[in-house]
Write a protein that binds this ligand. Structure first.
Ligand SMILES: NC(=O)c1ccc[n+]([C@@H]2O[C@H](COP(=O)([O-])OP(=O)(O)OC[C@H]3O[C@@H](n4cnc5c(N)ncnc54)[C@H](OP(=O)(O)O)[C@@H]3O)[C@@H](O)[C@H]2O)c1
Length: 314
């Protein structure tokens, strides 16, 4: 089958012919219709799991997918051949990814049926970004009328988080790069700040002089800039980082800092699918490309970032 993979860590991803996987006991084989791009895909290609998790080469990239069940393995299975399904493929060893015509996934993993009213393309863009956004919002425990500062709001997670928070009546201050006011206000942001042209701290203090109730920092990869953003949170508020283990500490200024790690589940996927099917959750499309273009899209994502999601059609 066709798949986009790396032959070693640090190599350029390329379109290859690899053996079609077989579904093991309790697994299903999915014929992939769409697969979506996430930062974790290039992190895997670069060797994020090297020395940390079992992996195999060629290492097929991709975790998010939507498609139809092609076959089911032996044993208990809650799916049937032909079911439209979507989810996250993360079974070990790393390297059996979704940028491929077929993927084998455990039936008890973060996978669920695509409900009526939700198209496959949208479903494929939901898993990693949507589950992360939903769980981040749950971690903040924000209520109506409270405020959330989102750093990196125009990407996959940020677009979902902005909408989920706004739907809860939370005031969202969206920090982006470039003029993305139309995109972000369309998703429910109250204020959009262009970090390349405006002083983020000044803009935040302009709307919340006593500090925001929480910040979701989707950008900082270390304590330097994270501490700066966390300083915009009121005493007792929460600063969450997705890109590094911020620990669980009280910062100078009184905010709590925590590092976030996604715990994926099919229950979470069902909730996101229902919201997307009802039109409450949109997934802005940065680009829709054929699978063959995935290597270029991965390279481009390193320099151009993201506005919503990039999705590959099989
Ligand atoms: N811990 C976990 O379990 C977990 C789960 C999911 C995601 N993550 C991580 O969370 C991060 C965000 O994920 P994602 O899917 O949303 O990534 P994404 O789609 O690539 O979006 C990142 C966004 O951040 C923006 N950005 C970067 N630097 C910025 C700055 N200084 N000011 C404002 N905006 C800035 C980017 O803008 P440009 O386009 O201009 O670069 C882009 O729009 C990734 O690093 C991912 O690996 C962690």
């Amino acid at each position: 089958m066709r798949a986009v993979a790396v032959k070693r860590f640090g190599a350029e991803p390329e379109l290859l012919q690899v053996p079609t996987p077989e579904p093991g006991p309790g697994e299903l084989l999915v014929r992939v219709a769409y697969a979506a791009l996430n930062p974790v895909d290039r992190q895997m290609a670069d060797g994020a799991v090297d020395g940390r998790a079992a992996h195999e080469f060629p290492l097929v990239l991709g975790v998010d997918f939507a498609g139809r069940v092609e076959a089911v393995g032996t044993g208990k299975n809650r799916f049937r051949v032909g079911d439209p399904v979507f989810g996250q493929a993360m079974r070990p060893p790393v390297g059996a990814g979704t940028f491929a015509e077929y993927v084998a996934v455990p039936q008890d993993g973060p996978i669920t049926v695509v409900p009526d009213g939700l198209d496959m393309r949208t479903a494929a863009m939901l898993p990693t970004a949507g589950m992360t956004a939903a769980q981040l919002l749950a971690v903040t425990a924000l209520r109506t009328g409270q405020s959330l500062l989102v750093i990196g709001a125009a990407g996959g997670v940020g677009c979902c988080l902005t909408q989920l928070a706004a739907a809860r009546g939370v005031q969202v201050v969206a920090v982006v790069r470039g003029d993305e006011r139309r995109l972000m206000s369309g998703l429910g942001a109250d204020v959009t700040v262009d970090s390349t042209a405006e002083d983020v701290a000044g803009a935040v203090r302009g709307v919340r002089p006593d500090g925001v109730d929480a910040v979701a920092d989707l950008v900082s990869d270390g304590p330097g800039s994270f501490t700066g953003y966390a300083g915009l949170v009121r005493p007792g508020g929460l600063a969450v980082a997705t890109r590094f283990a911020a620990g669980s500490v009280t910062l100078e200024g009184g905010a709590e800092a925590v590092g976030f790690r996604l715990h994926a589940s099919s229950t979470l996927l069902d909730a996101l699918a229902a919201a997307a099917a009802d039109g409450e959750l949109q997934t802005p499309v940065d680009a829709e490309l054929p699978l063959e273009k995935a290597p270029e899209a991965l390279a481009r994502s390193r320099v151009e970032g993201a506005r919503g999601k990039t999705v590959f059609a099989l």
